[in-house]
Design a protein around this ligand. Structure first.
Ligand SMILES: *Cc1c(COP(=O)(O)O)cnc(C)c1O
Length: 462
């Protein structure tokens, strides 16, 4: 299995190399050169199997000879052992024909644990074999950083540094990053906002002396291994509702388009998915684009679903690559136009996107009202991101095709918005109820590249 860049100018890599590289050298994103398919019989046989077993069968064709079957099974077992639910991704019924896929039972209470826990284990095995050590640096507005720290803490061949904006993440998110005691974990509170964190991260990747010196590696949502890990729960949930004998649809609260793109891959693999519905908050560039208004950047407006507050949706480039019939030259051209504000999607490509994707946008008031209404009708307390999904799903679902809405975070991760909507302040699950008692360890750091690089060089184990 070989991996190629959406922009066509980077070296062709193996699964392991693409995973360790992250972003392609031509600025593009890696994709498999062909998408393996599963027969209806193979999909039907997932029924009644454990999450781990389905994960093995779905992902195995993509990893080539990077890992042996035995290694890969052990990696998967370790990745999901720390989840707080035996089903890993349980499905609950909200209303007749409308189901919620709870993806928040991992160690940091957001769906990002599904991918991050897996790549933590994949990195560890690959690096040990290569006799290498890497330094992972990430920028976060909250969920990615906590998931990365939880996934890489205590691993032998990795140091992890997470930059988050000082004073601008929720208390739960901050404590999840600052309380792990492992020596290879470093939380850095940057004196700036999330854009500053991302800008300094980019500066570090462009400083080749530093990059090569510390063996910098990236685990943000464009890493192909993260997308792949998310394909699995589309299969487990669809099969639980009757696939492959019956079609299902999904609604996905969307920011960087990683989670929903995994659904697109599941569909290409042969899972009978009817619609993939993109749900956005007031930061609606994807909804505008899919409605035929082109892909043009605006101002990011802070919302109560902050993990979806984006203007440029990085994984959308992968969808464009397929919509443009794998024309990497056309994709590179669009990304060039994006630098000066945006681009229009060709008629043919828009038609291709609309064959699979629908979309909807939800206001702040509607998000709060949906949390309250869903609690009243089903007893399920939603986080604000999941509420955006549920609202759009209600508007788009059709009788006869089950709709599965992805619940991307636990309500306790966003207690202020949930309390405002419902009057209930959701408690943390018992397994992490002592989060507020654990001691914190964090370095406050200036928004200054040299200061950050010096700190990292001084704190990596060598
Ligand atoms: C990251 C995140 C999203 C958006 O997921 P993408 O893959 O970026 O589209 C939605 N909800 C929550 C809670 C998240 O943490």
């Amino acid at each position: 299995m070989k991996y190629v860049s959406t922009r066509g100018q980077a070296p062709v890599l193996s699964f392991e190399e693409a995973m360790l590289t992250g972003l392609a050298r031509d600025g593009g994103l890696y994709l498999p050169d062909t998408i393996p398919t599963l027969t209806p019989e193979e999909i039907a046989a997932f029924e009644g199997q454990s999450y781990e077993e389905v994960a093995f069968r779905v992902m195995r064709p993509f990893i080539g000879d990077s890992f042996t079957d035995g290694e890969f099974r052990e990696i998967i077992a370790r990745a999901y052992a720390g989840f707080g639910h035996a089903a890993r991704a349980p499905l609950v019924e909200l209303a007749p024909g409308h189901f919620l896929l709870e993806l928040f039972h991992g160690p940091t209470l957001a769906f990002k644990d599904f991918a991050m826990q897996l790549i933590g284990q994949l990195f560890e095995v690959a690096l040990k074999r290569r006799g290498e050590r890497v330094t992972i640096v990430g920028a976060t507005s909250g969920d990615t950083g906590s998931a990365a720290i939880e996934a890489f803490r205590g691993l032998e061949n990795v140091d992890v540094f997470i930059l988050f904006p000082h004073g601008r993440v929720s208390e739960v998110q901050r404590r999840q990053m600052t309380t792990p005691a492992d020596a290879n974990v470093h939380a850095l509170a940057l004196e700036g906002d999330f854009d500053d964190c991302q800008a300094r991260l980019k500066d570090m990747f462009n400083d080749f002396d530093f990059r090569d010196g510390v063996k910098l590696a990236g685990v943000n949502s464009i890493n192909w291994a993260r997308v792949l890990a998310q394909v699995v729960y589309y299969f487990t949930s669809a099969v639980a509702l009757g696939a492959p004998h019956r079609k299902v649809s999904f609604t996905v609260p969307t920011g960087n388009f990683g989670d929903i793109f995994a659904g697109f891959i599941a569909k290409q693999m042969g899972l009978p998915i009817d619609r993939l519905v993109v749900a956005t908050n007031q930061n609606d560039i994807l909804h505008r684009c899919l409605s035929g208004q082109g892909y043009f950047k605006g101002e990011t407006i802070p919302s109560i679903s902050p993990s979806m507050d984006i203007q440029v949706s990085s994984n959308f480039e992968r969808a464009l690559y397929y919509a443009y019939d794998r024309d990497s030259g056309a994709v590179a051209q669009l990304m060039e136009e994006l630098k000066s504000g945006g681009f229009t999607v060709s008629q043919g490509a828009l038609q291709a996107l609309n064959e699979t994707f629908s979309s909807g946008r939800v206001s702040e008031e509607e998000t709060l009202a949906t949390i309250q209404a869903t609690l009243a009708s089903s007893g399920e307390l939603l986080c604000p991101h999941s509420a955006v999904g549920v609202k759009v799903a209600e508007e788009t679902r059709v009788a006869g095709t089950p709709m599965i809405t992805l619940a991307t975070a636990h309500p306790a991760k966003f207690p202020d918005a949930v309390e405002k909507a419902s009057g209930i302040r959701p408690p943390l699950p018992p397994r992490m109820a002592d989060l507020y008692d654990r001691s914190e360890r964090v370095t406050r750091i200036a928004n200054d590249l040299a200061a950050i690089e010096d700190h990292i060089k001084g704190h990596i184990a060598r």
